[in-house]
Design a protein around this ligand. Sequence first.
Ligand code: ADP
Length: 454
Amino acid sequence: MFGQSEQQSLEIVTEVMSNNVQVPFSFGDAYISEVENTLKAFRSDTAVLSACLFDEEGKVFAAFHKDTANYFLPTQMPPQTAERIYSYSKNDTLHTFCHFIADSKPGYFYIQKKSAKNNVLLNLVATTLIVVLISLVLGILSALFLQQAISTPISSLIDTMQNVAKQQDYATRVTESGDIELRTLSQVFNDMLLQIEKRDASLQEIKHQLEERVEERTKELQDKTQALQLSNNELQQFAYIASHDMQEPLRIIGSFSQILAKRYQNTLDNEMKEYISFIVDAVGRMQTLIKDLLSFSRVGTAKMQIKPVVLSNLLLKCTSNLRFAIEECNAQINYADTLPVINADETKTLQLFQNLLSNAIKFRKDTIKPIINISIQEEPTEWLFTISDNGIGIEKDYSEKIFMIFQRLSTAYSGTGIGLAICKKVVELHGGRIWFESEKDKGSTFYFTYKKDF
Ligand code: ADP
């Protein structure tokens, strides 16, 4: 019968072969012919009668056999209790099974071999060579299979992902191929692309609608601004012409009232004379109001004349214009000897300083000498001007109000409430802001800025 070594060597061959055929077996029927071709290598081993790959129920997956009378395939798989490698001999023939589980699919690899007592060594060498050859072929087959089944679909998936990321083309789809996991992965990716495509489309729609709405609103705004600008210009023009034309009748009322008072000074009683002086006073106030209104409307209508302004010269002119008011109360006005030269409209800037300085003098305290400090500071994008006084101060509640036209906090002082409105307009025309800090009875500090790059 069979020697121990002959049985062992066949068991080794069976086990090695079973390891090699497991991958194609697990991939299914499409790989039957590859396994069959591989098994044909046993042709050169005269002792091997047949070799076969069974599934667990004993159904043949792939088989090889020599066309001899001794050939038959077992109809029964080894008993449940058998070892993984199971052999038995019958009629001078050795049968060996190797049980395996490939990717959770159980199966048997089986070899049937007749006794070869006389040339054991030769058979062993031949069988080993066959096994090596078969292993090689199967290895190449498995690699090819893996490439086709796994690498190709994965690299196609990666290519598509990169394309989507680069070109943001969410209409692209991955071809669904490969095994079930890869196909599921491709499906999930395609579903995700579909979702993004839908969301992208609705975002585009919303963006389009928003753009249209912004365009409409911008147009409306432009139309309104234009209409506003037009009516503003007309209003300024009207204010200018009206106030200008009112001066003449006012001048006539004033002068004829004075003529009346003079001519009938002996006939008029005191009450009449008082009435006439009321008329003359009112006319005077009206004339001042009209003069101020005219300068307010002129600030807005006159074109800006930007040129380098030597601030020390401008302040000199300003204090000279206010010399009577300054001398009357012996006011002290302090500022540095050297002041910068700035780009500005000289006439408007002179008017601005004059208004602020005359207010600082007008709203002085009777008990102390008025001291006014002027300073100019260079900031990165603007000039910061500060004018502080030691006058009567302003209550906090009026911070915004006093820059509005006709806003006066007390009638105890002369004025029309137009000066600071003019200041605000001049500052804004120079791209700046104006504000103040003050406390009642503790003096006021007015700040304003001019944009540097005019
Ligand atoms: P007007 O001087 O003709 O009254 P302005 O517009 O120049 O008008 O000023 C508005 C009001 O702001 C003034 O009536 C006064 O109450 C207040 N004001 C302005 N400057 C000062 C100041 N330096 N100190 C105190 N109050 C001031």
